[in-house]
Design a protein around this ligand. Structure first.
Ligand SMILES: Cc1cc2nc3c(=O)[nH]c(=O)nc-3n(C[C@H](O)[C@H](O)[C@H](O)COP(=O)(O)OP(=O)(O)OC[C@H]3O[C@@H](n4cnc5c(N)ncnc54)[C@H](O)[C@@H]3O)c2cc1C
Ligand SMILES: NC(=O)c1ccc[n+]([C@@H]2O[C@H](COP(=O)([O-])OP(=O)(O)OC[C@H]3O[C@@H](n4cnc5c(N)ncnc54)[C@H](O)[C@@H]3O)[C@@H](O)[C@H]2O)c1
Length: 465
């Protein structure tokens, strides 16, 4: 006799941002949560935002030696105890992850499956040996590091961000492939700890950022490490003395070889959609692999929702969190659906220096045919910048010349990730540049005076002045 299929009110696939949905408001619903990784809690806590930033802080301390010297303070960096740092960071994180798993497993109304989930039909899933149906399904499966299909990519000292934070000792040399978020943050971390870093980036650094930021950052980065652009990775070989030989070529076919202790591959992350067998569930996926969702986070299949990296190319934790809140609300209030909204999405790269961005870049404004003016404010132009003896960092604003509404903000320099937040707020709530600059006090002589001065420097016309 066939066993009747198990049935749940709600199935959540992925224990990252999806884990925040099932709170006490769902106490009367039966829930299946499926996580394929033995480690619970997803990317941000285990291998993403949190451990990287816990490494960025000591890296900031280590790199402050050179900064301090510029203002007549002689510091020295005596040692970086990487194993102790690693054990401290992951000692804390691993406990949080294990605690989260235990807590979820102990809930009366939730069954946690440690298996890979995939669709076998409409609102019908398989997870390992189990097959079940659910009224509602949330796809929160995130993204995974992309690995180029070249020989040697599986050699032990070739890492992604998933593994490099747990290495036993610092290498003397590190070759980083990529020029985006992850490459930039790890170049700062390992470079500051005294590792000699070479960075290979196919098309330059910081793709997608405003060109003014790219140009200034590239000048700064070139002083700190070896940069090589326009090369394609062909393969990696183990050398006789336990190092790696990285083989590349440029557009003219010229071949290059790099000898290094370790490699970090950081060439992007792709959405974890294919393993879900989405077609069987009636879930549509875009050409680039993202699950398609509407403004309420509904997929093309009735009762199936998606959130986070698997459906949003921004691939940012604060974006995944917002979408999880929207999905949670919509599951609880099917007659009062909430849209995720078209808010400006900020992000920050915690490199040296920090980079923060929101809204349009100048290249995007030109491509979109938008009327805009810009202001570039150097850190060295405000009082706190004098204290910093700053000569390289800057902020750039784009605004509508007639209305004074901000269109974009881009910061390269100390505290960029925090400095950008009032500009995010102004863009989100429609506060004009002039009103923002003159309608409040700015603490003197703090760094936000940079924001005030940049706002005042915008060459606005008409009413907006
Ligand atoms: C090194 C690094 C640093 C980062 N730093 C930042 C930062 O500073 N700020 C920021 O905003 N963002 C940062 N991010 C991005 C951020 O971590 C992600 O945007 C966010 O964690 C995505 O959350 P999610 O819930 O969509 O996916 P995840 O947290 O990845 O959760 C998805 C879960 O689903 C599981 N899963 C996948 N497929 C299946 C399946 N078929 N069956 C069962 N389980 C499955 C996975 O194992 C995973 O646990 C960083 C990312 C990385 C890699
Ligand atoms: N602070 C943060 O918010 C933070 C930190 C880390 C990661 N993240 C998220 O994780 C995502 C992934 O980060 P990432 O740095 O891997 O991706 P990314 O998209 O930021 O950068 C990828 C880089 O790899 C290059 N590249 C792509 N294909 C290549 C190839 N075949 N060979 C050589 N170079 C190639 C690109 O030109 C680009 O420079 C980011 O998009 C970001 O959203 C965020």
């Amino acid at each position: 006799m066939l066993r009747p299929l198990d049935h749940y009110d709600l199935a959540i696939i992925g224990s990252g941002s999806g884990n925040s949905i099932a709170d006490e408001a769902f106490a009367d619903r039966s829930i299946a949560m499926i996580e394929r990784n033995p480690v619970f809690g997803g990317t941000c806590i285990n291998v993403g935002c949190i451990p990287t930033k816990m490494l960025v802080l000591p890296a900031d301390y280590a790199s402050s030696v050179a900064e301090a010297r510029r203002v007549n303070v002689d510091l020295s960096l005596d040692a970086v105890d990487f194993p102790a740092m690693r054990d401290r960071i992951f000692g804390r994180i691993d406990q949080i992850s294990e605690g989260g798993k235990e807590w979820r497993s102990s809930a009366d109304n939730l069954t946690l499956f440690s298996a890979e989930a995939s669709f076998v039909g409409e609102r019908r899933l398989r997870a390992g040996e189990h097959e079940f149906t659910a009224d509602q399904i949330v796809l929160a499966t995130g993204s995974s590091a992309v690995l180029p299909d070249v020989p040697g990519i599986d050699l032990p000292k070739v890492h992604t961000s998933d593994t490099i934070m747990r290495i036993d000792e610092l290498p003397q040399t590190l070759l980083i492939i990529g020029g985006g978020y992850i490459a930039t943050e790890f170049a700062h971390i390992f470079g500051s700890f005294g590792v000699k870093v070479t960075q290979l980036a196919r098309s330059g650094l910081l793709r997608g950022q405003d060109q003014t930021i790219i140009d200034r950052y590239t000048e700064i980065a070139a002083e700190r490490r070896t940069l090589r652009f326009g090369q394609t990775l062909n393969g990696i070989e183990a050398s006789e003395d336990d190092q790696l030989l990285v083989l590349t070529s440029d557009a003219d076919g010229e071949q290059y070889t790099y000898l290094t202790d370790m490699v970090l591959v950081a060439i992007g992350r792709s959405p974890n959609s294919a393993d879900l067998n989405p077609e069987a569930g009636g879930v549509r996926v875009s050409a680039s692999g993202y699950i398609e969702v509407d403004e309420f986070q509904r997929t093309s299949a009735d009762g199936v929702w998606a959130l986070g990296d698997v459906c949003n190319p921004n691939q940012l934790k604060h974006v995944a969190n917002r979408e999880a809140r929207v999905v949670r609300h919509n599951l609880l209030h099917p007659d009062d659906l909430q849209p995720v909204g078209d808010l400006p999405v900020p992000s920050a790269i915690f490199g040296e220096p920090q980079i923060a961005t929101v809204g349009l870049t100048e290249q995007q404004a030109i491509a979109a045919g938008v009327d805009f003016v810009t202001a570039i404010q150097e850190y060295g132009s405000v009082a706190y910048g004098w204290a910093l003896e700053d000569t390289v960092h800057l902020m750039k604003l784009l605004a509508d010349p007639a209305s004074g509404q901000l269109l974009g903000a881009h910061i390269l320099g100390p505290q960029a990730a925090s400095l950008i937040q009032p500009l995010v707020q102004a863009m989100t709530f429609g506060l004009g540049a002039q009103e923002m600059a003159r309608g409040q006090y700015w603490i003197h002589p703090a760094l936000p005076e940079l924001v005030e001065n940049a706002l005042l420097a915008l060459p606005l016309t008409g009413q907006a002045r």
